[in-house]
Design a protein around this ligand. Structure first.
Ligand code: ATP
Length: 300
């Protein structure tokens, strides 16, 4: 699934501004942004619940008017799930199955098992915990075996136990069904145990897309070297046998191994006539990284 220049304009306000998002098949894509960043608006357009003001969505090789042909391959849970409170989970799912024309025997039981609600019996959903409601919402989104599942803030407001349950359900879906999943949150840390890829949205703009490995590297423990010309230091690093390092910009190199050798590294660089302006060992917490990228130190 990918979007090109996806834009949503509400009057003078651009809720989503020129977003180019790429979700690979089989990925768990963490869509991160503060409250009001534009996540829901973006996901609604991708799910077909709202029309873009500008730009294009492509999924399963279809785009433009042809998107209609593949809309049924997308399941979504956006905002709170619409449940019939006086009915059981089974009956809620039964209604959705009837509307979708699914009559397969044992289908609902299987769905309930997938989201861990197979033992709730006849309990009315109005008496469910928030986590149970969210999991039933996920089950409803799964009716019809979607290839792409879109979940908007499914963890929001859950207690720690609820978070674990929803997280495990999502992991199971990705693993057992090979489903592509896009899940939004305003807390990067929350998705760090789950997502394989990340898109970070701020003020309607997608400020960065990165893989889990790239994110972990950005936030991992490292030696940070500050130099006038990082390129000059590379032969010294190579001679010393460093393999895992990255030139970050015109002044910085990050080294992700042998953190105890910063003193000898400093010495070798000095011997080679390369002045070191700064050397330190740091790591950045995921949440700090997100806050730095979205230009602030407090969450909205
Ligand atoms: P949250 O987690 O708070 O829902 P979000 O990242 O999902 O945040 P959106 O709900 O997409 O953000 O909202 C993005 C911006 O668009 C906000 O400034 C919001 O006020 C505005 N917005 C959303 N829907 C509408 C609408 N129907 N009409 C006018 N403005 C809207």
């Amino acid at each position: 699934m990918q979007t090109s220049n996806l834009t949503k304009q509400y009057g003078r306000h651009r809720a989503v501004d020129d977003v180019n998002m790429h979700i690979k098949k089989g990925a768990i894509y963490g869509f991160i942004g503060r409250n009001g960043a534009g996540k829901t608006t973006c996901l609604k357009m991708i799910s077909g619940l709202s029309t873009p003001s500008y730009g294009e969505i492509e999924m399963f090789g279809y785009k433009g008017k042809d998107l209609q042909k593949v809309r049924s391959r997308v399941g979504c849970l956006i905002e709170a799930p619409g449940l019939y409170g006086n009915m059981s989970a089974y009956d809620n799912l039964n209604i959705k199955c009837k509307l979708t024309g699914i009559k397969k025997k044992g289908y609902i039981e299987e769905l309930l098992k997938t989201v861990g609600l197979d033992t709730v019996g006849e309990k009315k959903t109005k008496h469910y915990s928030l986590g149970m409601k969210q999991r039933l919402g996920i089950a409803l989104a799964l009716v019809g075996e979607p290839d792409l599942l879109i979940l908007d803030e499914p963890i929001n407001g859950l207690d720690p136990q609820g978070i674990v349950e929803v997280r495990e359900t999502i992991q199971k879906l990705a693993k057992e069904r090979g489903m592509t999943i896009c899940i939004s949150s305003h807390i990067l840390e929350e998705l760090s145990k789950l997502a394989t890829d990340y898109g970070i949205i701020h003020n309607g703009c997608l400020v960065q897309e990165l893989t889990r490995e790239e994110l972990m590297k950005k936030c991992s423990e490292r030696i940070e070297l500050t130099l006038d010309n990082p390129k000059q230091a590379i032969p010294v690093l190579d001679d010393m046998g460093f393999n895992s390092y990255q030139v970050i910009d015109k002044e910085h190199i990050h080294i992700f191994e042998r953190l105890g050798e910063s003193a000898s590294l400093n010495m070798e660089l000095a011997k080679a006539g390369i002045p070191v302006k700064g050397i330190s060992i740091t790591s950045e917490e995921l949440e700090n990284y997100f806050l730095r990228l979205t230009g602030g130190d407090n969450r909205a």
